[in-house]
Structures are given as C-alpha cells and as structure tokens.
Design a binder for this molecule. Sequence first.
Ligand code: PBG
Length: 341
Amino acid sequence: MNPAELSFRRFRRLRRTEGLRRLVRETRLSADVLIYPLFITHGTAVRREVPSMPGVSQLSIDQLPAEIEELSILGIGAVLVFGIPEYKDELASGAYDERGVVQEAVRAIKRVDPSMVVVTDVCNCEYTSHGHCGVLVEDQIANDPTLELLARTAVSHAAAGADVVAPSDMMDGRVVAIRRALDEAGFTETPILSYAAKFASAFYGPFRDAAESAPAFGDRRSHQMDPANRREALREIEADLEEGADAIIVKPALAYLDVVAWARQRFDVPIAAYNVSGEYAMVKAAARNGWIDERRVVLEVLTGILRAGANMVITYHAKDVARWLREGAGAEATAVLAAER
Ligand code: PBG
C-alpha cells in the first residue's frame, strides 16, 4: 500500500532530532522554579543525614554559610526553612521565640546572601511536646487558640527577615489571622504562601523523622484534608485566597496532580507543588537498588509537576536537578556542535 494514500499525521517529524524536540518542548524545567527545604537544628557543627532521606541533612546554623553558597552557585534562589528546636512545650513557645532556631537561621542566611529568597514554614508541630499542630484542649486541637500562636510565629519570622511566610498547619482562618498580625506589625509587604490544599498523607513519613515532628498520639486527619477530596481542595484554596494568601501550595504533589491542574484552571495565582519527603524517599530507594535511572526519573517527575500547572516546586531533589540541568545543557550543546561538524 502506498503510504501517501493513507491519511494520518506524522507526529514523529518533530521528534526526529534533539534540536527539533527542544524547539517544540512545552514545559521547561529550570533552577529558577525550585525551592529547597532546609532542616535547621540547634547545636553547632551538626550535619546529620536523615536516614530515610539520603542526601538531606539536619544542619546547625554554623553550617548555613557553606550551604547557602552552594545553593547560589547552583542557581537555586529560594529555600524553605524548618526548625528543630532545643526545647518543646505545650504551647510551642520555641516557634515564636525571637531567638528561636528558625529566626536565627533566617538572620544567618540573610547575612551571607541577602538575595536568597527565604520562605519559612509556619506550624507548631515541631515545637509542641505532643507533636500536634496546635493547642490541645482535651486531646483535641483547638482551632482558634492556635491562630494566635501561628500569627505570633509568622510575625517573628518576618521580623527576622523572612521574605515569605508559609503556614502549613491547616487550621481554619490562619491566613487572615496571619495577614492581620503581619499588617499590624508593619509587615504589609510580606507575602503569604499558604499550604492551602494539604492532604493527610502517608508520604510525610520521612519528613517527620527529619523534623522530629511525629504526633505522640493520634494523627492529623482532623485538620489536614482527606486524600479523596478534590472539590474540597478547591474550596480550601478559594478561602485562603479570600483571606489574603498571595500564592498557594498543593501538597503532596504526585498523587495530587489533578488538584494542581484544577487549581491552575480555576485560580490565577502562583501555585507551588510540594514534592514531599516520601516521594523523594521512594525515588532514592529505587535508585540505590539500581531499579531506576535516578536522573531521568527525577527530571520526569519535576517536569510532570510543572506540566500539571505548578509554577514552583518545593523539592529535596533541587540541588541534584540544578546540577543535572547545567551538565545537560553543556552536554547537549557539545553534542549538537559535534553533529553539525
Ligand atoms: C508541618 C509540615 C509537614 C511537612 C511540611 N510541613 C509535615 C506534616 O504535616 O506532618 C511535610 C513535608 C514533607 O513530607 O516533605 N510542619
């Protein structure tokens, strides 16, 4: 049969060479969109690798200059700071302590690199003795009394020099409480990146080791969302935007890419997706066993998150990705030049 008589499309024409593929590529991953999480702990000279997250370490503040320098050399311009405090109590007082671990870390980062965008995680779970995200009243997390603590924490982060505050607690009304408190304290220009659609996920397991924040009893299902609910996620996002969020986070990323895509269609605000600890750990474990090609899998995962509609990705893979993107660009250019000769 003569193929010219058949009617079909030849998609392969535009896939023939790397040059063509590059021209028609719809989604581009770049270090510009990456946010790298940092776990800052008390003490000195601490660089303690998290067993379930190879390549990720808890760092003491004195380790920050080297870390921040490495990130900026790699072209990563934003970090998300978590703290592991020296003491924990019922009221999470380490969270809003002016001399707390996050507050000191923010100052240290800004001293070495004022242009590094410092986002701080605002939550109580790392600071409470019971590991819950708020004030307990008869073993229940009391919503409204918790708002006050979150607002104080956010203001203390802004006062230390944080560029963005990111509440991850999932209490109702925290965005408006934080916005009001920031404005009253004179931080009218500090944006809120709200974890608007945060699901009660088993993918946070390794993070709770890293941040030492596992709840002593019970779980987080009374405030984090049911993984089954997409419409509710859109209502959460809408409410946070009405309360004054400047940008939002969907978390985790991979099992929730439909939420990212729907949020992208419905809301014209910047959307971050959090490629969480369990997602990272699975890739690392498989790669260590030689079961997958780590580099290709990670680039595919992050490209997929962007393709779904995220503008920013919070990821533990950030440093590796930035390195690979540089090497890749170099290798590609050399290959194209060689082919043309
Ligand atoms: C709460 C917080 C969590 C994560 C980010 N902020 C844990 C939780 O809700 O239990 C999880 C991040 C990850 O798994 O990578 N402070």
